[in-house]
Design a protein around this ligand. Sequence first.
Ligand code: GLU
Length: 521
Amino acid sequence: MDHNKLAELLFPHITKTPEEYMTTIYPRRQLPQGAMVTRFAPSPTGFLHIGGLFTALVNERAAHQTGGRIILRIEDTDRKRSTPESEENIKAALKWLGITWDEGADVGGPYGPYHQMERLDIYKKYTDQLLKEGKAYYCYCTPEELEEERQALLKDGKMPRYMGKCRHLTEEQKAQYEKEGRKPSIRLKVPENETIVVHDMVRGDVEFDSNGIGDFVIVKSDGIPTYNYAVVIDDYLMHITHVIRAEEHLSNTPRQLLVYEALGFEKPVFAHISLILGTDHTKMSKRHGATSVDAYRQQGYLPEGIDNFLALLGWAPQGEEEIFSMEEACKVFSMDRVAKNPAVFDIKKLNWINSQHIRKLTPDAFFELAKPFMVKAGYMTGDESGEKLDWLKRVVATAQTQVDYGAQVPEKVALYFTDDFDFENEEAVSVLKEETVPLVMKALIEGFHSLDELNHDSVKGVFKAVQKGNKLKGQQVYMPFRVALTGNQHGPELAEMIPLLGADRVEKRIMKSLEKAHVSL
Ligand code: GLU
């Protein structure tokens, strides 16, 4: 968009309410009344955090639920910490979770560019305007001077803020500072003794005292705008109707409202949604487990599991069905619900929800999920084919109902890959000391060898025949065999395991265990 067009969008004295403002946006964006135009505006300074994902999800649902649009804007003004890798990671994580954006980075759109560092000349235009109107001014204070002021205020028991030292510099003073080589920042003049009210969709009216703010920097000495400044210009020019973001930004909003006022911009609706909290109700951090979305992907969580979990703690009806698809979660979305639910990140709940989605996968999809973990464990190369691949698929399938996420598969199938194991405890060993054990073992091994085909039913048949033929209880047959075969008293169904191990390996394992337990046949 060229700058003359941008200038047309500037209305000098606007007194419209947010609702009225919407009515000017919809025709311009050719959207129906009530549609929400939202944005997700990550800073590419790290991985996508679970909390960031929650914000993205709410923005996406709000936009798409109402027939609106969501924009992905990259807030890359922190040049030291922003990296292209981080941006790619964030976009990949969003895509992995099925979050699509209608405008923004990669996809373009009519209100770009969508990277803040490509919008510097746009910000400059507004800064020049503020300077000309006397609403902003150059500040030549050095970091040392600012720190001195801060300390002095703190010493007097006052809230540290900029006291406006450079507000009224004369041209001579400015020239002197320039001569000294000082590079100025630009500050916004903040009115004194005013109450700034944030009308928040979630929190209602929240009041702030302008005296606690002080003239704040809108453009740093290197010419880069600060977050609180650039965000306002972008949200306005991109015709955002609803700024939906994490609660931690609520304290930034009064500053942003001051920028809206100074520029004469109409204001959007603000909604500050609850942060994701750990189970101890403090902000979710590393202490509570992995915080980056990518870490969950790498552990073999499913996007539908994570979406379901976030939707459940974000807006889904409580106490009803807890497992739903992305489409179903989208249907029940409403901003009112988001408002009421505090979000606590309970990893046990996520694991349970993910396990339910894992059970819904086709065997092939489950195998694909497990594959990288199986390769990493050294149980396969990934190049297998034919019988070997079929066997691997059958082995992996045994874990589908046992795991919460992909990385747990190898430990669940380990028993198929090594014939070395220890008895879990003394109690297990004592099971093998029962009088009937030698007879049972011999009969079962012979039975399995005699079968043409080892499968679930034929193996079960052998167990039944041995039990009945010797007038034994089920316990006396299954338990010692399980211990001798696996070392454990509990585990996967024997009729599932035995066909996968084959009669020879079964015999080898049994004989080794009996020898270890000093039981002779
Ligand atoms: N870049 C900010 C962040 O990542 C965006 C805040 C906002 O949505 O206004 O926290």
